[in-house]
Design a protein around this ligand. Sequence first.
Ligand code: PLP
Length: 388
Amino acid sequence: MNDLFQNQVPLLRPWLGKEEIDAVSEVIASGWICQGNKVDAFENGIANFVGAKFGVATNSCTQALHLCLTIKGVGIGDEVICPSFTCMATANAIHHSGAIPCFADIDEQTYNFNPESVKKVISPKTKAIMLVHQIGQPADIDSFKKIASEFNLLLIEDAATALGAKYKDKYLGANDSTACFSFHPRKMITTGEGGMIVTSDKELVRKAKMLRSTGADSSDLERHHAKGTLIQNYVAVGYNYRMTDMQAAMGLVQLKKINDIINQRAEQAKVYNNTLSEIEEIEIPFVPKFGVHAYSSYLIRLKKNCGVSQKEFLNKMAANGVSCRIGIQPLHFEPFYRNLFGTLSFPVTEEVAKSTVFLPIFPGMTEKEQSKVIQSIKKIIVKNHVKV
Ligand SMILES: *Cc1c(COP(=O)(O)O)cnc(C)c1O
């Protein structure tokens, strides 16, 4: 089907088809390709799906996070706490607001934020906690809500990877959360690039819609409907963070498939869990009782006794025709932060980063492909196994 991926089990393969192609083609043929009705419909669709009141679409989750911080008054001189074990984009959004990211460590089992570590870095300058739901795994929202209210901090959820994950029987983004999603191809559904804020905060929505579109107090679509009689006023220095109707049309098709996508990933995770839990040298993902993992990624941990390093494991899997990847690169090791902060130490983050790898998981992965992954792991781990 796709030459890019022949004879190789890829880390992921976008799950797109004729329906997406038709939906985008229809938008192009309609003559309205920029932010318009499709974006409105996609915002409502995502908000309805997660159980939030409103959605505000952007062109990336980075932009969505940046808007939330800026609108909530986070700026120069402030600190925002976020994990080091996350995508660079989380911290970039904090910098864009003018604030400084302040890293804290993660939990040994869930790889999500550790509340005790977060409390330790709260300072008089701390304005917000950016709670990341990492690789589809819901973080313990209630314990962070408690910290936020105790120290009078904002709580913003970076749920980029975790559309469809549940916390205490509700989808992330439900109720009174303010959460941001990404629609990059490595996330749960895709629009190529894209992001969205979901919230029940009406004022945040009003400001986000204004700021994403040059700071104008009316949208292109509103002016179009007014047939030229509506003149916009520029009430702030805004951005161009608009999603196009072409992207939103694709997103609407993807959203129709979300339950299928969630189920396929859950099934694949179950197969991995069942077979890999038999291999004593590997740790499978731990999911706390309060949560349902969306498995946007499947991260395994190579225990010390597994006989291969992370790098050897990746090379051997590649030689077997399976693409894996190192887990998440700690931000405090990146050149930018080394220069800015000097040497920082987050022991759990560092240990987890050294010992974890992503396995292929994606809707449309065949049983044959998955069994090739599993057989390759068995071959590598058993062959290199050193009894200790
Ligand atoms: C992917 C990702 C982002 C960034 O999303 P974009 O849409 O690419 O801006 C932010 N945070 C986390 C945790 C991510 O995984």
